[in-house]
Design a protein around this ligand. Sequence first.
Ligand code: BT5
Length: 276
Amino acid sequence: MQNALTPPLVNQKLTTVRIGRNYQYLPSATSTNDLLKEQATSGSGSAIAVGTVLLTDYQEKGKGRLARRWEAPPGSSLLFSILLRPNWPLEHFSWLTMIGGLAVSEAVSQQTTLATHLKWPNDCVIMQDGMWKKYCGILLEGHFSAGEHPAYAVVGIGVNVNIAENDLPTTTFPATSLMAATGSPVSRLELLTAILGRFEHHYELAERGQSPLAAWQERLIFMNRRVVVSRLGDEVEIVGTAVGTDKDGRLLVRDDEGELHHIAAGDMTIREYFEP
Ligand code: BT5
């Protein structure tokens, strides 16, 4: 395992005002999303500061969307969650996934020479050996009370930083790590603090009403390409051309009959369609 990302190391490097200022580190954990959600819903949950970050070097039950798993060897990755209380309306809840994706992409661009892109709805990808590969996934969870705003939100971020090629998980959509793509290790500490810095920047803009949508859309792959959109485990749902997203981040796919589908993230996945 590389140097653990303990609080003194991280606190010294942080450039933010809120995001990560309350920083909690565990050598191992079940799932950082689950643990932070537990804190947020406990008796004193409302006292937990916005921007609290919980990071671990190993997850026993790392989660993807639905019942999917997030796998990462100990000490190889960035595995953390951020607690937030967005002041914006519920219909813009997905802004947080966009902000997470932008923050990771911009930080990776600062720390490496890689060109970074996003795959709808929640993946960070790079082009390697002629194909798109996923190096980061984002899991947004929240609690919705009767109010106008989400009561709280937890943004979970998993970044494959220094996973050796042989240790990458076997996945349907190809996986990679920053080390596998660049050929040299990347500092997890520098990358973490850069991500938190970019996250704070976009979060503050969003709090002032500025949507991250345009910046997020600019990085999306598969636009104007033939795609297949399907629900996990189902047969093909829709084949068509990805023509963009609507203002809330729903994917717009025009099928061969000319009908436009608005696809909410939920449990949907997308891949490029090649003629059989
Ligand atoms: C995601 O879900 O991509 C969200 C992943 C979020 C992980 C972070 S880690 C910190 C925080 N705490 C948690 O418990 N979770 C968050 P989804 O789009 O459903 O993709 C999951 C799929 O990605 C899996 O079914 C695998 O196919 C694939 N996968 C698993 N581990 C991977 C990895 N390390 N790299 C690339 N792909 C992976």
